[in-house]
Each structure stands twice: as C-alpha cells, then as structure tokens.
Ligand binder design. Structure first.
Ligand code: X90
Length: 279
C-alpha cells in the first residue's frame, strides 16, 4: 500500500518525502513572452527574477494540466492532494478533474483533493500534518476528517513590497492594486476564509513590522506552535521575522525556506509568507 502526498509548486515544497511519506510537487508554469519556466524546484531564482524585471513582455502563470496531475498519481494507492487556493488559481479544479478521470481506470485508488484556500508555507504545514497522521497509523478517511479542522488551525500572513504581478494578473481586487501602485508601501495581510488576499494594513517598511506580525499571529490564536517562513530574495528579512517570534516564544519551532518560482513571481522581491499553527 503506497500512500502519497501531492502538492502543487505553490507549496514551495520540493522534497521527495515528508516525515518518510512519499511527496511529489506538481509544477505550475510562469511565462513572459517567449520565455517560460516550469516551477520544478530547479529554477535559478536570481536569474529568473532578473529576467522578469528586464522583460517588456506581459508575464503570466498557468496551472498544471489534468494530465500533469494524473502522471503524479501513478503508483499511489491512497493519495492526498493539497492545492493552492481555488479562489486565485485553476489548479484545484484541474486536480479534481484529474482525480475523477484517474479513478475511472483505477477504481481501487483513493484520492482526496484539499483546497487549502492558501499558498506557500500554510500548504506545507498541512502536508506535514498529513504525513504525521499517516505515521501515527490513521486511516485514509480518518485523515480526511481530521484535516477538515486542522485546516482551521493553521493560518497565513504575508508582507509584500510589490503587488504588480498580482495586480496585472487580476489576482487582487483593483482597490488594493491601486494602493499598491500609488504608494511605496509594504502591504501586509492574510488569506481570507474564501482564499483571497485580505489586506490588513500598510507600512513604510520599518522594523516595527515584525513585532506587528507577531501581534497579528497572537490575535488569530498563535500560542507558540510551529511556524514556516518563506521569503523571496531576502533571507535576512525572514531571520528578523523569526527573531521577533522567538523573542515572544523562545520554544517556537520555526523554519525558513526560499520560495519557489510561483510564489517568487507573485510575492515578489522582499516578500515574506508566514504559515503558522494556531488554536
Ligand atoms: O496561474 C495560476 O493558476 C496560479 C495563480 C496563483 C495566484 C496566487 C499566488 C499567490 C502566491 C502571494 C501572497 C500570499 C497570498 C495568500 C493568498 C490566499 C503568494
């Protein structure tokens, strides 16, 4: 019996196993004119960011095809799929369709597709949770049930210095896009319940932002649990975030990861995504 966890590349999880459970990452694609990047964990990120900055072509992203998902299912008997928010991407729909078609020819294979209504580190927290439940001996259906409330016990905060790619691709509401363009401000916010970017505030990029984030985490139920921080280009900023959390919760388990292509494209240089467990 092979159990598998499959995420799309919006999870920033380019590893072949999580806690000993097999993991596959299904790539999205980023395009700019004739250039295209498959987000498979092997993108040369500084080059990629530079090429995007230099191009005059319109850039965009594309979700995995139904076939891409079906290829990833091969060999699995019980498969857990976690996708980036369906409110902003077709990835979830593509995975659901793939599962339906795949199960017609593999009726004994179990597949559950979770719409995480989030991105990056929160997806990874949920995937790691599934791996732990598998290791504890939970059955497929029990895991699906348990994850329903685990999804409410994780959250996401972001700090973004630039929202151009989100705005130009219609992924944020026009009012937020306008604010982002008009002012040279850092925007911070969260993933809303429906899985969209929800702006909570804006700041002139001061040191205070990190303490502010810890306060927001606490207000939403953070009590010193696991935190995953994903950054675009500025590991020092991720470390400052980590230190601010540790100042309040010295025992917090925090790890820092570089964003893959998809999250680097949308969160942009200086962007920070913070996924955390809460009560
Ligand atoms: O082409 C596609 O189907 C992909 C579209 C993905 C768009 C959203 C990516 C967001 C990446 C940005 C900041 C945090 C957002 C939280 C959202 C719930 C990360």
């Amino acid at each position: 019996m092979t159990m598998k966890i499959i995420t799309d590349s919006g999870a920033d999880a380019f590893v072949s196993a999580m806690d000993g459970v097999a993991h596959t990452s299904v790539p999205l694609t980023i395009r700019a004119g004739a250039l295209s990047w498959l987000d498979n964990g092997e993108i040369d990120l500084p080059k990629f960011v530079d090429a995007l900055k230099k191009t005059k072509e319109r850039s965009s992203t594309a979700c995995p095809s139904v076939q891409d998902w079906m290829d990833a299912f091969v060999g699995g008997d019980e498969i857990f799929v976690l996708t980036i928010t369906s409110a902003l991407s077709g990835t979830y729909n593509s995975a659901v369709q793939a599962a339906k078609i795949y199960q017609e020819s593999h009726p004994q294979v179990k597949i559950h597709v979770f719409d995480t209504r989030s991105a990056g580190p929160q997806i990874r927290l949920l995937a790691e949770e599934i791996a732990q439940l598998i290791n504890k001996g939970f059955k497929f259906e029990q895991i699906v049930e348990t994850m329903k409330y685990k999804m409410r016990q994780t959250d996401l905060l972001f700090i973004l210095e630039n929202l151009d790619n989100l705005a130009n691709n219609g992924r944020i509401n026009p009012a937020m896009a306008k604010i982002a363009h008009a002012l040279k401000l850092n925007i911070y916010g969260t993933a809303s319940d429906e899985g969209k970017l929800e702006m909570l505030g804006k700041t002139r990029g001061s040191k205070k932002i990190f303490a502010k984030m810890v306060k927001l985490m606490e207000e939403s139920g953070y009590e010193g649990g696991k935190v995953l921080i994903d950054y675009v280009g500025t590991p020092d900023k991720a470390e400052k975030m980590q230190n601010a959390i540790l100042a309040a919760y010295p025992d917090a388990e925090i790890s820092i990861t570089e964003c893959g292509g998809l999250c680097s494209y949308y969160a942009e240089a200086g962007g920070l995504l913070i996924g955390y467990e809460k009560k």
